[in-house]
Design a protein around this ligand. Sequence first.
Ligand code: UT7
Length: 318
Amino acid sequence: MYGKICGTGSCVPKHVLDNEDLSRMVDTSDAWIQERTGVARRHIIEDETTVSMAVEAAQRALENGNVRAEEVELLIVSTFTSEILLPCAACEVQKRLGAVNAACFDLNAACTGFLAAYQTAQAYIAAGSCRTVLLIGSESLSNMVDWKDRGTCILFGDGAGAAVLRAEPGEVPLTVMHSDGGAGGALTLQSRHQKNRGSGLDAGYIQMNGREVFQFAVKRVPEVIQELLEAGQVTLRQVDYFILHQANKRIVESVAKRLGADIEKFPMNLQEYGNTSSASIPILLDEMNRDGRLKQGQTIVLAGFGAGLSWGAAVLKW
Ligand code: UT7
């Protein structure tokens, strides 16, 4: 048995912060941000929270998949930005959805989190532990960004995406995941709530060596996609879409180029939302599902990368 995605949903905050707004906050410009990242706007929470966006995205995914909340047997929230740490965000989402039969936990693999959750769901389904899984990536990165640091604040946005998986007969789709904790210093976030946190000066804010992360992404993402396709005996031409974590337009373009694949197969929505970490892949999946770009039988590659450092890819049939 394997898990087939039967429904998707998403939720982004109403409030929009565009590049002009940002250029009044830090020394930057719309032209610089668009050229270096492709981001034009991002949606930023006001009344919304990580959990409230997760609930809305989940409700839409359940409705889209024609699945009742009580049918969900496993509920995973991928996040590192939840407003509550105990209970886990997934239990709070369970309560608000009425998903009373679900086992719930959160998972943190940063921007690779949705892929880690997807792989976990497949393993549970293949083991016969459950038949219906709700996966959610939800992030309020605006809470974790230093709005005086132009090197990071221009990149990120808030939002949530969700997918429902149902068990169907068939082989588990291939996923490949990697981590390199030794290189983790390139992208970090220290908790504000730890006594023993070193200097702690920047605790609570995302710290990033942008160039290092960029170089890591443009090398590792094509590599892991190639590894995945070889293991699954799938050719580049057979893939209809490569749905990449939406971090930077130049990263996506460079991955397409290094793979020798048509850029038209790499949909992007980062211009509207910025980098929403583990929410970016399910938000884009939902957009493409609802506007009809995703059609039954298509071959889709998902690929994520980020803090850890971590990276991974999955191939699935829509
Ligand atoms: O989910 C994964 C999360 N992280 C990422 O995906 C980040 C990957 N990295 C990137 O996207 C890029 O490295 C950035 C967009 C963050 C930066 O772009 P870059 O082309 O690597 O720029 P840079 O850091 O090499 O900086 C080039 C110049 C510097 O000025 P000097 O030293 O050449 O005078 C920076 O100070 O651009 C300056 N700069 C800016 N200028 C205007 C850096 N940020 C800004 C800014 N506006 N926002």
